[in-house]
Ligand binder design. Structure first.
Ligand code: AP5
Length: 217
């Protein structure tokens, strides 16, 4: 299955991507995670991307598209994948369609996680990520037993630089202006499935797996 996840920042894409990639046995490709790995390794790409990420803006296509093209050439994604955070504009979607067409492939389904803006702000202001193992916690919804430490590996928990309330509100504007047109793009092609992403994580996972059932192997 070739699956794209779309939804505003904080909709739970990363949280659901983990479950769905495991459930359908497909690799997860998350552009935000790829960028953050470059930032922490201080590569040229990471230094360039960071300026945009910290401001809550999209990283320019010249940087983003090449990085995804490289990843989609890897052997483990020939039979399917889950894309989290790409495409994020109609232009990126058109480029992705072109890349896949060259391989005789196409996107099978696009899952939209639907959640309102105030819930996004609540989710992102409480998000904490483990510096060591990358596990994502939430101070209210999925709290670690001690505030600054990961229960899984005892690593230090940190708050992402782009999760301050002002930056989150700007990311929501960027989503509305630049990413939400994807809903029409994929809707017109009959590829879009929307699920309500409010409520407990397990309930959202169940709705998502049900919506995708007929596309799985
Ligand atoms: P990226 O990392 O992709 O950020 P995002 O899309 O804004 O999404 P988030 O990671 O913030 O949220 P999420 O939906 O994954 O939510 P999560 O599961 O963590 O991108 C970061 C930046 O990189 C962009 O701003 C841009 O600069 C750049 N970038 C990336 N891709 C790009 C592209 N294609 N083009 C250009 N630039 C690009 O959940 C959030 C919190 O809520 C967590 O604490 C979680 O525990 C909690 N939670 C999750 N589900 C629930 C639930 N059901 N109930 C309660 N709490 C929940």
């Amino acid at each position: 299955m070739r699956l794209v996840l779309v939804g505003p920042p904080g909709a739970g894409k990363g949280t659901q991507a983990q479950f769905l990639a495991a459930h359908f046995a497909i690799p997860k490709i998350a552009t935000g995670d790829l960028f953050r790995a470059h930032v922490s390794q201080e590569t040229d790409l990471g230094l360039e991307a960071r300026k945009y990420m910290d401001a809550g803006d999209l990283v320019p296509d010249e940087v983003t598209i090449g990085m995804v093209e490289d990843r989609l050439r890897d052997d483990d994604v020939t039979e399917g994948f889950l894309l989290d955070g790409f495409p994020r504009t109609v232009h990126q979607a058109e480029v992705l369609d072109g890349m896949l067409a060259e391989q005789g492939a196409a996107i099978d389904v696009v899952l939209e996680l639907v959640v309102d803006d105030e819930e996004v702000v609540r989710r992102l202001s409480g998000r904490r990520t483990c510096r060591r193992c990358g596990h994502v916690w939430h101070l209210d919804f999925d709290p670690p037993s001690s505030e600054g430490r990961c229960d899984r590996c005892d690593g230090e928990l940190f708050q992402r630089d782009d999760d301050s309330e002002d930056t989150v509100r700007h990311r929501l504007e960027v989503y509305a202006d630049q990413t939400s047109p994807l809903i029409g793009y994929y809707g017109d092609r009959g590829l879009l499935r929307g699920v309500d992403a409010a409520g407990p994580v397990e309930d959202v996972t169940e709705r998502a797996t049900n919506a995708l059932r007929r596309f799985g192997v």
